[in-house]
Design a protein around this ligand. Sequence first.
Ligand SMILES: [Zn+2]
Length: 313
Amino acid sequence: MYSESELTRVKYAIAIDKTTGELKDATEVQNGLKCNCVCWNCSEDMVAINSPQNKKIKHFRHFVKSNCKSNYESYIHWLSKEVFKSINKLKLPPISFREILRLNDPFIAMVEAVLRNSGLRLDKLYYDYIIQPAQYLQFEKYSFESQISDIENTIRTDIVLIFQNNEELLIEPFYTNRIDGKKLSKLQTLDRSVISIDLIEFTNKNHFAFSFDKFKSFIVDDVISKNWVHIRSSKIEKLKIKYLNLLKKNIQEKEPLKYLIRKLNKENHDLHLTVSEENTLLHEILERIEQLKHEIKVNKDKIDDLENQFYLR
Ligand SMILES: [Zn+2]
């Protein structure tokens, strides 16, 4: 029997087939040791817990007490790299105006000036504007654990994707350890485009029970968990030009609307004047009516007085 501590050890959804080297889901192998699978990290035999009588969620665990140093974080990190061996495209998250701005970017003043000319203000709507929508990009090659360096800086990156035009994109999947400030500033100095993938949301939702295909489609298709950590300068410059052009085109397209608004405003101004003039007239008439009513009353008083005199005599 296995000890309690062993049973509560890390549960794996996926292990490696001993014979073929393929990745296997815990749901698709024979139960127990017959699964013929080994651990990704220590290469020891794994046991599949997947018999129909067992109510536990199907998973793999180590066969005997092992000294395996793998934990869930290193496992899911390894698995995310395995995905890149079997794909050739990745959906990249969208890029908004906000994302192409550097600290104290003079480009903001430039955009503000363009807007001001048309009586518009740079508000949230313009910051959130998507310059490049989320899109699938096909890559030619990948490499793992590459070193990228210049004279002063060296960083180790998890995954580098290389595209047809030889452009590179760095991919950093993370579980709990986000890219720290030091690495980020090096990435900025080395000026490489980097996307991080937050694996937490996927594992929170699926715990240890998921198929490799499900994890693969998360890595490929999901954009919510992907984030542009850095976008290289040459790309930023292109996006800035694109944004300015889009902005100008948009303003130009709205020009007829601006004339219409101006025309209606003028009309409303005139109508207000007329209302005001008519109001003055109305006021004068009402005053005149009041005056006439007063005269009527004075006359009536006189009549009453005279009639009283008439009857008393
Ligand atoms: Zn192991």
